[in-house]
Design a binder for this molecule. Sequence first.
Ligand code: HEM
Length: 337
Amino acid sequence: MASPFPFLLSLLLLLLASLSSLPDSSAHLTLDYYAKTCPKFDQIMQETTTSKQMSNPTTAAAALRVFFHDCMVDGCDASVLVASTSLSKAERDSDLNEALAGDAFDVVTRAKNALELACPGVVSCADILAVATRNLVKYVGGPFFKVRLGRKDGRESVASHVEINLPRANASMDQMIDMFTSKGLTVEELVALTGGGHTIGFTHCKEFSNRIFNFSSTSEVDPSLNPKFADRLRQMCANYHKNPAIAAFNDPLSPGTFDNLFFKNLLNGMGLLASDQILVADPRTKPLVELYARNQTVFFETFARAMEKTSVIGIKTGRHGEVRAQCDRFNTVRSQS
Ligand code: HEM
């Protein structure tokens, strides 16, 4: 009789492969986590995110960026929402997070207030941020993705952890790939996530000013930029030193819609950030930019899968976290280094 060993081995390998995409800790999360303890969770989240986005259309981009910055730094535990105290500087006040938009914090606070009335002490801020982001991405035209629930809120938020976990606009491709792969995200997912993030929202002039003013000794403007686009940016940002709030749309062709135009723009020299532009310059990522520019379905599928993975990075469950009463402070104040 043939040995069952090869068959069992391949079954085991298949099982391992299917588990390998999500970290072990995510096994504690479930889609219907609040079904009994907070039956109105989905409805309250839907109502809150829709009304906030309708009154402030910048909310979707704000939330998506805040969510990404939360998950990359010590996991999706709402540590980015915590305010600094006299004893400790929180993530939110690190240099890299200084431009996180207030609408993201506001939509979480609104949802938290409504949920605390309906089911006090039950729903974590980390779950609220994850679901708000998912709902808002969908609202502006992006793909739906599943968000499993039950993540707890973290008990620390340390500003100095931000710099080592998030890329800056002048990051090299190696640095970006290292940061993403260290969180279990692939190069395909890096490109899809970045394209998803930068197909909506804004960037302040200071983030790309070195590409449009005094670029080099031989060229005033980065030659990889489309010249007409560079001219428009130079006009728009002419006074950015005096007015640092001036910002450009990340995707000038469809700024409020989640679509694959970011990738088409990149191929036409219309990426704002140097970190976006190297996606088309580097041979490891260029074919992916071309693929997502050609095929929005593949982009959406990869983005949705990557967001599902991102949403369980470093999550805290059980005693490793808490359900905060207010999203901007820990339940018990602890001193931090
Ligand atoms: C790959 C490396 C990345 C770098 C270097 C980077 C850097 C930046 C910078 C410098 C800005 C402009 C901020 C400002 O001036 O206010 C920005 C905006 C934004 N980023 Fe990224 N980003 C990266 C990836 C991502 C990813 C993966 C996402 C989400 C999945 C994302 C989502 C966003 C969003 C939504 C905005 C607009 C925010 C708003 O309008 O409020 N970014 N990013």
